[in-house]
Structure formats: structure tokens, C-alpha cells
Design a protein. Structure first.
Length: 191
């Protein structure tokens, strides 16, 4: 489903092959706004498609994280000041399940991932001003990662993202990307 996607901050190397997006990150790339560090960065790689109204999006991510803050996952973006990114991020020597919600300023939430961080999937649902993030190790069960208010917008940008704030060269494979109407699942339905 990558047809129709566009780059924000095109990486130095990428290709589409057999419905898989392969990316090699550039140096010093990141998405972050102000909180804690005091700086704003909007240089991460984001391959997005526009979506009108509420939706559910999914993507499978494969990567081998090596340096501090190496990250790959899924992004939902309204503009430079309103977005969320979620995925695996290397921090303190651990590949952590991470999400950054930005409404003017960024927060950061992390936790241990119980599956293989080198091969996992993410799901984002935006419906009625609420964001629901889920992560899956097997694409069968989808435990809740985050539930938060999210600004309503006429259009969202949705797709895979990856960044390497401390280096270049993270190789990431994205596949099984889909966007459709909200899946209608109850909050505690893990499927």
C-alpha cells in the first residue's frame, strides 16, 4: 500500500521492492519538539500518505538497532507541532517500545517489549479525537501501548518513520502497511 506515499525528509538510500520499503537512515535525523532537551528537530524520515477522517493504520517493522536513539516505527502527523511517533527505540542499551506524543511540545514514554524488537508490528487508530496505539510481536495479539487525546483534523499524514539522531546507517524494512477505516475494536480486545 505504499503507492501514493511521499517523503518528508527523504533518506539518502531507499527502495520499494515486492511491497517492502527498505530505508537506510541519514545522520542526525529525529523528530522532537522542545521538552527536556529544549531543541526542535523535524528531520526524521517519514514516508506518508494523506488520510481524511478517522482511520486505523498498521505496519510491520524490521531493523537491527545499534546506537543510542536508533528508532523505527509508525507516525501520525497533522503538522510540525502536532504528531505522534511510536516504535522501537534504543535507549540505555535496550531496544524499548517507545512513543512520543507532540501537541506543541513532545513527551516520551518507554517500556520493555516482550517480543522480538527486530521484527514487530504497530497499529494506530485515530477516532473521535482519541489516539490508540498498539504493538504486536505476532500480528495476532495487539496489546495497548498508549491511549491519548489527539487533535481532530480534516487530514492526517500516516506512514512509516525512522530516525538516527546519533549516527547514520540504520537499515529498516517496512511491510504490511495498510490504512483503512477505524477497526471498531473494543479497548481491551487484543485481536
Amino acid at each position: 500500500m505504499f503507492a501514493g506515499c511521499t517523503w518528508l525528509n527523504e533518506p539518502p538510500s531507499w527502495r520499494l521492492e515486492n511491497d517492502e520499503l527498505r530505508v537506510v537512515t541519514g545522520s542526525g535525523t529525529d523528530f522532537w519538539r522542545e521538552t527536556h532537551y529544549g531543541f526542535t528537530r523535524d528531520s526524521g524520515h517519514f514516508f506518508f500518505m494523506p488520510v481524511t477522517g478517522d482511520f486505523t493504520a498498521e505496519v510491520r517493522v524490521r531493523a537491527s538497532y545499534q546506537a543510542l536513539y536508533d528508532q523505527a516505527g509508525l507516525m501520525v502527523r497533522i503538522d510540525a507541532a502536532n504528531w505522534v511517533k511510536a516504535g522501537i527505540e534504543l535507549s540505555d542499551g535496550w531496544p524499548l517500545l517507545s512513543s512520543v506524543l507532540t501537541v506543541g511540545r513532545s513527551d516520551w514514554a518507554t517500556g520493555r517489549f516482550t517480543g522480538d524488537p527486530a521484527d514487530f508490528s504497530l497499529r494506530a487508530t485515530v477516532q473521535d479525537g482519541v489516539l490508540r496505539l498498539q504493538a504486536s510481536a505476532d500480528r495476532i495479539t495487539w496489546p495497548l501501548l498508549r491511549l491519548a487525546p489527539f487533535p481532530k483534523a480534516g487530514r492526517y499524514l500516516v506512514g512509516p518513520m525512522c530516525c538516527t539522531p546519533e549516527r547514520a546507517g540504520l537499515e529498516v524494512g517496512f511491510s504490511d502497511f495498510s490504512v483503512g477505516p477505524p477497526n471498531g475494536k473494543d479497548l481491551h480486545d487484543l485481536s
